[in-house]
Each structure stands twice: as C-alpha cells, then as structure tokens.
Ligand binder design. Structure first.
Ligand code: F6P
Length: 372
C-alpha cells in the first residue's frame, strides 16, 4: 500500500475540504493508495503521539461544501520554526525539519500534498530541497500567489464582500452617509478591487497604492449636494496613506509572525474628519466572515480540479511542483517559481483600468507615479 499525506497550512479558506475530498476520491480509483491527513498542518506529524487521520472516501463524503478544513490548520510555528519555551519563560524556535522528514519516512509516506498559501509553499520548497517528495496546492483568499490564474476561496471572499457592499449601499443611501467597508487583503488588494467594481463603490483603497486623503475627500464631497448624498468606500485591511503605515497590532500568540491587521476603516474616518469632511460616516469590518463558511460553486469546482490534478502529479512523481490553473489548463509549475514574487495589483492591470473607467477613485493621483 502506498501512502500520500495531506497537510492544510496557513489561514483557512473556503474550498479546502473540497480539495481534500477530490484527492481522496481520485486516490481511491488507484486501489493501492491510502490517504492520510496530518492534523493542524505539520503539527500532527511533529507531535508525540502523532496525530494523523486516515482519510477514507467514507470520511470525506459530502464535505465539498463545508467551510474550514476537517484536518485543521495553523498559521503558527511549523517544522523550521517550532516554538519552544525556555527556562526563563521566554520563547524561541528550533528547526525540526530533519526529524519531521524522518518521521514521515518512518510512517511509510510516499508523497506529501501541502495545501497552503505563500508561507506554506515556502515550507514545501524548503522541505523539497531536503529531499521530501512534496507537491503544493495553492490556497489563498487574498489571491496573492503568482504562477496561477486563480486560487480557490478568493471568489467566495469576493462574494461575501460584494454582498456587504450591496447591503451597505441601501443603508448609506437612506441615511446620507459614507460607509467604509474593511475587507481582507494584507498585501494584495484583489478582494477590495473586485468587490468595489462588483458592488459599485465610489472609492477603493488597496495596499499596493498608498492613498492621498485629500483625493478621497474630494471624491466623497462630489457625491453630496449640500448634506444629501452617500458613498461606499471599500478598503483592504492593508491599505495605508502615502507616507504612513498600515493599521495593525502586534500579536502575543506564540509562534504567530504576522502583524494583526485591522482598523483601517476607523482610521480613515478619523483622517477624513481631520481634513474637514463633515458628512456622517460609519465603518463595517468583515474580517473572518470572508474566510469561513460555504465555498461558492466556482471555488468548489476549482478545488475539485486542483485536488484531482494534485493526486495525478503524485502518480507522475512531479515533486517540488505546485498545481497551477492556466486557463483552460491545469498544469504544474516549480514551487521555486511560484514563491518568487507575490501576485499584486499593478496600475496596468485590466481591472484597475475598468475601475478607473467606472469612476472609482483609488485614492491616488493617477497622473503621477505611484512611488513619487
Ligand atoms: O492571508 C489571508 C488573510 O486572510 C489576510 O488577508 C489576513 O490578514 C490574515 O489572513 C488574517 O489571518 P489570521 O487572523 O488567521 O491570522
């Protein structure tokens, strides 16, 4: 019997279970393959006792529309930076990757499929370089992974954000207010940009284009005749003003390296008041609502395609590679290439042009250079 191990790492994402199910279903057609799932990314392998689940077709029945991941996930620690408590109570990290690879071999595992975002795929590449037969499946609601046309979970997040814009437009119009909707997007503004275009927002702020508060103020003022009018601003959590910085908290969670973003909505309202904008303003933070719950059909289909392709890559021993969607094909690309640079919004992007064509302000002077 051959064994493939599935790992889900990083933030959860609608469609993870659909990928797991697709791998299991495809593997079950091969007769001599067993599928295992490590609990909480690689932690299940590193823990003593080991926590690994046998993923049978019976167990994954009907999970394609369930949010989250049945094998859990984590965005802390990992095999290369395992947190350990020192005698003085402080924490440091140790590299347990060699020990983990030995354990994977000891468990008779022939291949690993790591479903995760850029952080997870960096781990995949590093483990591959150490000899682990590993394949990546791209996952991110932020759509910030390059080397693939899309990642599952992203369209579901856009749907949630758009639905929020649709709802807030009606209350904004009724009360003659400005609403700021804060959506996810740490370094990449794809969710914000798509939701702004789909929802008909007036302003869209993204991390790639540091904004000028006066340009936003001007756009919002133009939406009011005396005190009548309304507007919706979609702001990615990572958006920040020119010369300023993102709104964040540092985390006290052990092994959590990210900054905890959040608060751009409130901060923007404060900045608008400071420059003299006098209309009523409210903010709504969507947060993890964009990540939890049922994946939309598009993401389920993409997940199923990624899962089947990933297992077929295992059969062909295409290790050190990541599944990639290159319309209309599913191909494999070297992990090394996929992690070189993130997929960020650029000024020449077609959707940026569409947004500008619709009169959506990006909070920047589009005639000047972005870095000026
Ligand atoms: O990377 C995806 C993402 O959704 C980011 O947009 C967000 O900043 C982050 O995850 C938050 O994740 P968590 O709260 O789980 O650390």
């Amino acid at each position: 019997m051959k064994r493939v191990l599935i790992v889900t790492g990083g933030g959860d994402c609608p469609g993870l279970n659909a990928v797991i199910r697709a791998i299991v279903k495809r593997a079950s057609q091969e007769k001599n393959w067993e599928v295992l799932g490590s609990i909480q990314a690689f932690n299940g392998i590193l823990w003593e006792p080991t926590e690994v689940k046998i993923l049978t077709p019976e167990l994954v029945k009907g999970i394609h529309f369930q949010g989250g991941t049945i094998i859990e996930t984590t965005n802390k620690g990992g095999p290369f930076a395992w947190p350990v408590k020192n005698q003085d109570g402080s924490w440091s990290t140790v590299d347990r990757s060699d020990e983990m690879i030995r354990k994977i071999q000891y468990l008779g595992i022939d291949a690993v499929i790591n479903i995760g975002g850029d952080g997870s795929q960096r781990i995949s590449q590093a483990l591959f370089e150490k000899g682990l037969p590993i394949i990546g499946v791209p996952k991110t609601i932020d759509n910030d992974l390059s080397s693939t046309d899309s990642t599952f979970g992203f369209q579901t997040a856009v749907e949630v954000a758009t639905e929020a814009v649709d709802k807030l437009v009606t209350t904004a119009a009724s009360h003659n207010r400005v609403f700021v909707v804060e959506v996810m997007g740490r370094y990449a503004g794809w969710i914000a940009l798509n939701a702004a275009v789909a929802g008909g927002a007036e302003v869209c702020l993204i991390p790639e284009f540091p904004y000028d508060i006066h340009i936003i103020q001007q756009k919002l003022e133009s939406r009011f005749v005396r005190d009548r009018g309304f507007a919706v601003v979609v702001a990615a959590e990572g958006a920040y003003p020119k010369g300023g910085e993102m709104v964040f908290e540092t985390s006290d969670e052990i092994g959590y390296k990210n900054l905890k973003l959040g608060g751009i909505g409130r901060s923007l309202i404060k900045q608008l008041k400071e420059v003299g904008f006098e209309h009523d303003m409210r903010e709504t933070v969507l947060g993890h609502l964009q990540r939890g719950g049922i994946p939309i059909a598009y993401d389920r289909v993409l997940s199923a395609q990624f899962g089947v392709k990933a297992f077929e890559m295992v059969l062909k021993k295409e290790y050190g590679k990541m599944v990639s969607y290159r319309h209309p094909h599913f191909v494999s690309v070297p992990l090394k290439e996929a992690i070189v640079q993130p997929n960020l919004v650029t000024l020449d992007n077609a959707l940026v042009k569409t947004a500008l064509g619709l009169g959506i302000s990006l909070g920047i002077d589009i005639s000047s250079s972005l870095n000026a």
